[in-house]
Design a protein around this ligand. Structure first.
Ligand code: 6PG
Length: 490
C-alpha cells in the first residue's frame, strides 16, 4: 500500500503503455492507494504523466523494462495497455525473461480471444500467470471506474482482485468486475460486449434517421426525444450520449455538429470478431452482423453517392402521420430490438462458454456490465434476474419476465419497419432483429424445402417428420419428379 513519502522506490503494480487508457488507469489505480510503476516505449510519456500529476502521487517512473521489473513487489502485477496484436506478442517475449514464476501479466487491450488462449499457454511454460482482461468505458471509464472483464488463471485473478475491485465502476450490484473464466474468456466477453455495442449503436442510428429524415425533426428535437427516452425503460449510456451529441452545435458553422460529420463509420474489428465467432459457433447474431454490414456500406461513400443518382426510387423519406405517435412507435421498436440484441449476445456467450469449458456465470456478466461500460443499461437488471432464476437459460427471450421487454414493442417494431420500408429509409438492424425474432418464435420454418433441394442436388439426405427414428434418408428425386410430371403415369 502507498506510504506517505513522496516518491516510492517500489510499486504494487506496473502499467506498460501510457496512451490515454493506460495513463487514466494508472491514475485510477494510484487514486486508490496503490504505488504504480510506469513504463512506456517513449519515456517522455512517463515523464509527462509524472510531471502533470500531483507531486504526492505514488508513481515510480522507469526507463527500462529491467528497472520496471526490479521495482515491482513480488509476485509482480503488470498491466499491459498497448495496441492489440503483434505489439502484445513482442512485449510478452521481452518481459518473460525478466519475470519469475507466479508473476502476473494482464493484457487490458482489445485482444482476439484466441490470441489470449495462445499467450496463456506460452507464458505458462515459465510459470508466469496471464490474464486477458476486457476493459470498457473509454477514457472516462478508465479514469473514474471502468467495467473489467478478466479471464485466465484464477489464482492470478485473486492476486489482482483488491486492485481491480477498487478501480472498477460501482453500482448497487457491486464493483463491475468478476472472474469471468479461464484462458480467453475475458477477452471473449469483451468481444461480445462490443458486438452488442455495434448492434445497439446501429439501432439507435436507425431511430435517429427515422426521426430526422422520416419525421423531419431537427437535431435539437431528436436530442430532446432521446433525452426523454433515457428517462424510461430505454435508459442507457448509449441513448444518453445520443441525446447529448445531438444537442451540440458546431462552433465553426453553428450547425448541429452531428450534421457536419461525414457519414462513414469506422471500426477497429471487435464487432467483426463477434460475428466471426458467432459463425464458428453456429449462433445467430443477425442484429450484430447487420450493424457491421451497415458500417461497411456507410464507408462506401463515393459508390453510394453514385448509386443514389442511378437507383432513384419513388419512395420519399418524409413520413405522413401523427409525429408523436410515430415517435412513440420508433421508441418501442427500438426497445424491443435492443432487448433482442442483448439476447443474441448472451446466447453467443453461453455457446462459447460451453464450447471452451469456461463455465461463465451469465448473471455475473450482466452485473459487471451494469456500470462503467459502453453498453450499461437499465435492461441489465431484468437480465440479471433472468439468469438468477435460470443460470443455464438458452435464450433471454424464453424468460417469463424478460419476454415482455420484447413483446411490448413487437407491434411497434412491425409498424416502424413497415413504414421505413415504404419510405425507403434503410433499417437493416431493425429488420434483421425482427427476422431473428420471427424465426426464433416459429415452430415451423421453410427449411424443409432447403433440405429437399440439398438432397436433390447433392444427396445430402434429410429427416422425415413422420418417422423420426428412421434417421437420415435419401430420395430418388429424378424418378419421383418424372413421375410427378406425368401425373404418376409412367
Ligand atoms: C469500450 C469500447 C472500446 C472500443 C471502441 C472502438 O468498451 O470502451 O468498446 O473498447 O474499442 O469503442 O470500437 P470500434 O472502433 O470498433 O467502433
Amino acid at each position: 500500500m502507498a506510504s506517505q513519502s513522496a516518491v516510492p522506490s517500489r510499486a504494487d503494480i506496473g502499467v506498460i503503455g501510457l496512451g490515454v487508457m493506460g495513463s487514466n488507469l494508472a491514475l485510477n489505480i494510484e487514486d486508490h492507494g496503490f504505488r504504480v510503476a510506469l513504463w512506456n516505449l517513449t519515456h517522455a510519456s512517463v515523464t509527462r504523466l509524472i510531471e502533470d500529476s500531483d507531486a504526492n502521487r505514488q508513481f515510480v517512473g522507469t526507463r527500462t523494462l529491467e528497472e520496471f521489473a526490479a521495482v515491482l513487489d513480488r509476485p509482480r502485477r503488470i498491466l499491459l495497455m498497448i495496441k492489440a496484436g503483434a505489439p502484445v506478442n513482442e512485449m510478452l517475449e521481452k518481459l518473460a525473461p525478466l519475470l519469475a514464476p507466479d508473476d502476473v501479466i494482464v493484457d487490458g487491450g482489445n485482444s482476439l480471444f484466441t490470441d489470449t488462449q495462445r499467450r496463456e499457454v506460452f507464458l505458462r511454460a515459465s510459470g508466469v500467470r496471464f490474464i486477458g482482461m476486457g476493459v470498457s468505458g473509454g477514457e472516462e471509464g478508465a479514469r473514474n471506474g471502468p467495467s473489467l472483464m478478466p479471464g485466465g488463471d484464477r489464482t492470478a485473478y485473486n492476486h489482482l482482485r483488491p486492485i481491480l475491485e477498487s478501480i472498477a465502476a460501482k453500482t448497487d450490484s457491486g464493483p463491475c468486475v468478476t472472474y469471468v473464466g479461464p484462458d480467453g474468456a475475458g477477452h471473449f466477453v469483451k468481444t461480445v460486449h462490443n458486438g452488442i455495442e455495434y448492434g445497439v449503436m446501429q439501432l439507435i442510428a436507425e431511430a435517429y434517421d427515422l426521426l430526422r429524415r422520416g419525421l423531419g425533426l431537427s437535431a435539437a428535437q431528436t436530442s430532446a426525444i432521446f433525452a426523454n427516452w433515457n428517462g424510461g425503460p430505454l435508459a442507457s449510456y448509449l441513448i444518453e450520449i445520443a441525446a447529448q451529441v445531438l444537442s451540440v452545435r458546431d462552433p465553426e458553422t453553428g450547425n448541429p455538429l452531428v450534421e457536419m460529420i461525414l457519414d462513414q463509420a469506422g471500426q477497429k474489428g471487435t464487432g467483426k470478431w463477434t460475428a466471426q465467432a458467432a459463425l464458428d459457433l453456429g449462433v445467430p447474431v443477425p442484429t450484430i452482423a447487420a450493424a457491421i454490414d451497415a458500417r461497411v456500406l456507410s464507408s462506401m461513400k463515393a459508390e453510394r453517392v453514385h448509386a443514389s443518382q442511378l437507383l432513384v426510387s419513388d419512395a420519399t423519406a418524409r413520413m405522413a402521420g401523427d409525429t408523436d405517435e410515430l415517435a412513440r412507435s420508433i421508441r418501442d421498436a427500438l426497445g424491443a430490438a435492443i432487448a433482442c440484441t442483448y439476447a443474441q449476445g448472451f446466447a453467443l456467450l453461453r455457446a462459447a462458454s460451453a464450447e471452451y469449458d469456461w463455465d461463465v456465470d451469465m448473471r455475473e456478466i450482466a452485473r459487471i456490465w451494469k456500470g462503467g461500460c459502453i453498453i450499461r443499461a437499465r435492461l441489465l437488471d431484468p437480465i440479471i434476474q433472468a439468469f438468477g432464476r435460470a443460470p443455464d437459460l438458452a435464450n433471454l427471450l424464453l424468460d417469463a419476465d424478460f419476454r415482455p421487454e420484447v413483446l411490448a414493442g413487437e407491434a411497434a417494431l412491425r409498424l416502424t419497419i413497415g413504414t421505413a420500408v415504404e419510405h425507403g429509409i434503410p433499417v437493416p438492424g431493425l429488420s434483421a432483429t425482427l427476422g431473428y425474432f420471427d424465426s426464433y418464435r416459429s415452430a415451423v420454418l421453410p427449411q424443409n424445402l432447403t433440405q429437399a433441394q440439398r438432397d436433390l442436388f447433392g444427396a445430402h439426405t434429410y429427416q422425415r417428420i413422420d418417422r423420426p427414428d428412421a434417421g437420415f434418408v435419401h430420395t430418388d428425386w429424378p424418378g419421383l419428379i418424372a413421375s410427378a410430371a406425368t401425373g404418376g403415369k409412367s
